[in-house]
Design a protein around this ligand. Structure first.
Ligand code: ZN
Length: 187
């Protein structure tokens, strides 16, 4: 039997639960693009699940940032709000994984490829988990309107982002590669 994990620091656990409640509140009116329009909060929770369960990542900064990763991009949450509620370190990681809203779609996607190699280690872990979750969703429950080509393009773009982060976490990169290898199953 493997030794049990050390008990979580209660203050870290408290911050994590606060982040979860904050994200749930901010995303409360949003739905995912899958055919069942699942609650949006399922997505940040899925990232945490990948990080903890498959990546064995226990850094509270990474886990809180994962929960909060879409709040600035997809809700009216401000940087100042995140800084005062969760501190500058967590807010900085969320900012790193936030697309620049005023750029058009292709430009934003291109920026992610360019910025990935210079991202902090914490941001790379969040980005890896995000890409893993998004590819899984596209395989299992894709947006109804997406063509096969659009899904394949998303897979290829995600692979380009991940290519710039190699070495950040071998285990999560393997998880990503195994999902990417199913690209031909897309229809
Ligand atoms: Zn995301």
């Amino acid at each position: 039997m493997s030794p049990p994990n050390p008990p979580a620091d209660p203050s870290e656990l408290r911050l994590f639960v606060l982040a979860l409640a904050f994200a749930a509140e901010k995303h409360r009116h949003q739905r995912r693009k899958d055919a069942h329009a699942s609650p949006y909060i399922n997505h940040p929770i899925a990232l945490v699940n990948v990080l903890v369960d498959e990546g064995r990542v226990h850094d509270p900064v990474v886990l809180c940032a994962a929960v909060l990763h879409d709040t600035i991009e997809d809700t009216e949450t401000t940087v100042e709000e995140l800084q005062s509620a969760f501190g500058h370190e967590i807010a900085a990681v969320v900012i790193e994984v936030t697309d620049e809203k005023d750029l058009e779609y292709h430009e934003r996607k291109q920026r992610q490829i360019e910025h990935a190699p210079g991202a902090s280690h914490e941001a790379k872990l969040v980005k890896l988990a995000d890409k893993i979750c998004n590819l899984r969703d596209i395989l299992a429950a894709p947006p109804a309107s997406w063509s096969r080509q659009r899904k394949q393009n998303y897979f290829d773009w995600a692979a380009q982002v991940v290519a710039g982060m190699r070495g950040a976490h071998a285990g999560l990169e393997e998880v990503f590669d195994a999902i990417y290898a199913r690209r031909d199953e897309l229809h």
